[in-house]
Ligand binder design. Structure first.
Ligand SMILES: [Zn+2]
Length: 308
């Protein structure tokens, strides 16, 4: 598979599940789409004005999950883990039909989405993929939270640090290169919350579908899920997964090195808005515009084979 061309999936896939926050069951289909379509959600339970483009400009709320909304008020929420799966599977163009307001949470990670996408296969399209290549450092600071991006030669690299007073999560930190590294631990990492916050979240009318089947719950001294964590850095790895999904809302694959401290959906969205206002910080390129070694391409193929 080439990194030069746009990609879509080879045929339609279907899945069913419950929304983490709404608790509502939905049926979701991912369909192949034409070149330059990007990712488009379609609320099939609504008769008209039901298309919602997966764009950072359509994010209407990013408190505990990312919600997209079109100008007619049609919404779809918790899109981030599905988008992250599309990011990792290298898909650029897809139509996602859904018959309710929230993407199923599945197991709280991107694992199930990715498994289905890999099973049916990804196909190259004839048009070249556009990359957003960072050419200058840009940062956003919101209180103690911080996100920045700087130039990097060939891939999206993310250095993320959490800083929780909770002892189990603590100051977990990881750096991941989305082209060179095996992304299995990233795609398998589940969303998480503190046990003490559950009441508060439920009072907001959220997490109605939440359970130990789809989220890690952390008490003062321990992880409450049977079996514990899936990998040593599952908390920060999940935040990196969220960031990849939210970054796909830029409409491009971003080439740059991200450094993020205590970030989340809201900070990422504000950052993308700032980035696109600053037209001196990036260039839009096609891959033949800059040098990419044969070795790099074969590493990428290897990565997909390992994840399959
Ligand atoms: Zn998440």
């Amino acid at each position: 598979m080439s990194l030069i061309y746009q990609k879509t999936l080879s045929k339609k896939i279907n899945l069913t599940g419950v929304g983490l926050h709404s608790g509502k069951k939905s049926h979701l289909s991912i369909l192949p789409a034409k070149e330059d379509q990007g990712i488009l959600f379609k609320r099939v339970d609504i008769d008209k004005n039901n298309l919602i483009k997966a764009s950072f400009e359509n994010v209407s709320s990013a408190k505990l999950c990312t919600t997209l909304e079109n100008r007619y008020g049609a919404k779809v929420s918790t899109v981030e883990h599905l988008l992250a799966a599309l990011y990792i599977a290298e898909i650029d163009n897809a139509i996602i039909e859904i018959d309710n307001e929230e993407v199923p949470i599945m197991d709280g990670s991107s694992k199930d989405f990715l498994k289905l996408l890999k099973q049916i296969g990804i196909v190259d399209q004839s048009k070249k993929r556009k990359y957003l290549k960072i050419s200058d450092h840009i940062e956003l600071v919101e209180g103690k939270r911080k996100i920045s991006i700087e130039p990097n030669n060939s891939s999206l690299e993310v250095n993320f640090q959490l800083d929780y007073t909770n002892k189990i999560i603590g100051k977990q930190k990881n750096t991941v290169d989305f082209q060179k590294d095996n992304l299995k631990d990233i795609s398998n990492s589940r969303t998480f919350c503190l046990f003490k916050d559950i009441e508060k979240i439920k009072k907001l009318g959220l997490a109605k579908g939440g359970s130990l089947e789809n989220a890690i719950v952390v008490d003062n001294e321990k992880v409450l899920n049977q079996g514990g964590l899936r990998n040593e850095k599952e908390f920060v790895n999940h935040k990196i997964l969220d960031l990849a999904g939210d970054f796909l809302l830029s409409g491009y694959r971003i080439i740059g090195k991200v450094i993020c401290y205590q970030g989340g959906h809201e900070l990422t969205n504000l950052f993308l808005r700032k980035l696109f206002k600053s037209n001196t910080s990036f260039r839009i390129i096609e891959l033949n515009d800059f040098k990419i070694s044969k070795k790099f391409q074969s590493q990428s193929l290897e990565k997909l084979a390992v994840n399959a």
